[in-house]
Design a protein around this ligand. Structure first.
Ligand code: TYM
Length: 338
């Protein structure tokens, strides 16, 4: 479908607090892999963050911290473009245009809005409601063809594809925007909460025991895994037997993914073992993966000028692509450029 387009990867992460294992395994690990073979643009989506109130001091700290987390996880700012969304004005401009392309009915179907707005929808920001228009702008401003995300962003991506398609149809420019493909990890598309295997691991979950943060210490990781909810049965031999055991499935999936194996192999070797024992292996694997990243984040966080330089360079590179594409959009739509 997108074979006439240059292959470009785009993805974004909200600077709303420390990143967790779900962000890392579901998305960022894939960002790192993709930069080896494609042109990649990774954005710290601060305009998305303000769809719910952000304390200005915290926001600033979080934007720099997310930059440090990107680098510590292995993103290479010389290769990939790394920048913060609000510094390229084209995102907000194109989002407005897409607000006029999107249909209210499309927005009304978004389950994430319903979840985030909760029972008091009247009091949610308008920005939270049109959040997917801004996502469409992020991706299409760079004519990105591939979007690595966790499973929770699938519905938003579907809407982005509808917006691209409708723009192309409305303005009779069938090949202007690519129809971006979501890239979702097959083996682990959604990391679940350590307290409830039916809920996704999330920054907004009240209990810190529900998640492993990239900056957690070895002690914290071990304590959280020890306390992670499981059931009383031992590890089974087949995936089918995990169907009604969401917490067990989650821990075994995390372990298999982290050690670069498959859940089938893990079940094969661990069948019959008690979870209390398995949890030691899981903690060891997580400590080996997460703690080196956490150490790097802590060092980088102190070097503000280095982080600002990364964002500044990335912004310049992003802006030069964005400006050209936005001018073209305006021309197609009949705006007067001068
Ligand atoms: P955000 O900041 O909530 O999450 C960043 C990335 O992490 C993934 N993720 C997870 N993956 C697996 N299991 C989990 N428990 C888990 N929690 C989070 C998310 O799917 C995401 O890929 N709307 C986006 C940010 C965004 C964006 C974009 C993404 C804005 N514009 C354009 C792609 C393209 C979000 O809130 O991600």
């Amino acid at each position: 479908m997108n074979k006439n387009f240059k292959q470009v990867v785009f993805s974004g992460v909200q600077p709303t607090g420390s990143l967790h294992l779900g962000n890392y395994l579901g998305a960022i690990k894939n960002f790192v892999e993709l930069q080896k073979k494609m042109e990649c643009i990774y954005c710290i989506v601060d305009l998305h963050a303000i769809t719910v109130f952000q304390n200005p001091k915290e926001l600033k700290k979080n934007i720099l911290e997310t930059t440090a987390e990107f680098i510590a996880c292995g993103l290479d700012f010389k290769k990939s473009i790394i920048f913060n969304q609000s510094s390229v004005s084209g995102h907000a401009e194109l989002a407005w245009i897409f607000n006029c392309i999107s249909r209210i009915g499309w927005m009304n179907r978004m389950t994430q809005f319903k979840e985030k707005a909760g029972s008091n929808k009247e009091n949610a920001s308008v920005g939270l409601y049109v959040y997917p228009s801004l996502m469409a702008a992020d991706i299409l401003l760079y004519k990105a063809t591939h979007v690595p995300v966790g499973d929770d962003q699938k519905q938003h991506l579907e809407l982005v594809r509808n917006i691209a398609q409708k723009f192309n149809n409305d303005f009779k420019s069938s090949n202007f925007f690519p129809i971006p493909e979501p890239l979702i990890q097959k083996k682990l598309s959604r990391v679940m909460s350590l307290r409830d295997g039916k809920k996704k691991m999330s920054k907004s979950e009240e209990s810190d025991y529900s998640r492993i943060n990239l900056q957690d210490s070895e002690d914290e990781i071990r304590k959280k895994i020890k306390k992670a909810k499981t059931d009383s049965s031992p590890i089974p031999g087949t995936i089918e037997e995990l169907k009604d055991r969401p917490e067990a499935l989650n821990l075994l999936s995390i372990y298999s993914f982290v050690i670069n194996s498959t859940i089938e192999k893990t079940l094969n070797t661990m069948k019959g073992r008690e979870f209390s024992k398995f949890k030691n292996d899981l903690s060891d694997a997580l400590v080996a993966t997460i703690c080196p990243i956490g150490k790097k984040i802590k060092n980088l966080k102190n070097d503000q000028s280095y982080l600002l330089k990364i964002l500044h360079e990335g912004t310049e590179r992003a802006n030069s692509i964005a400006e050209k594409n936005l001018d073209k959009v305006k021309e197609i739509m009949g705006f007067v450029l001068h």
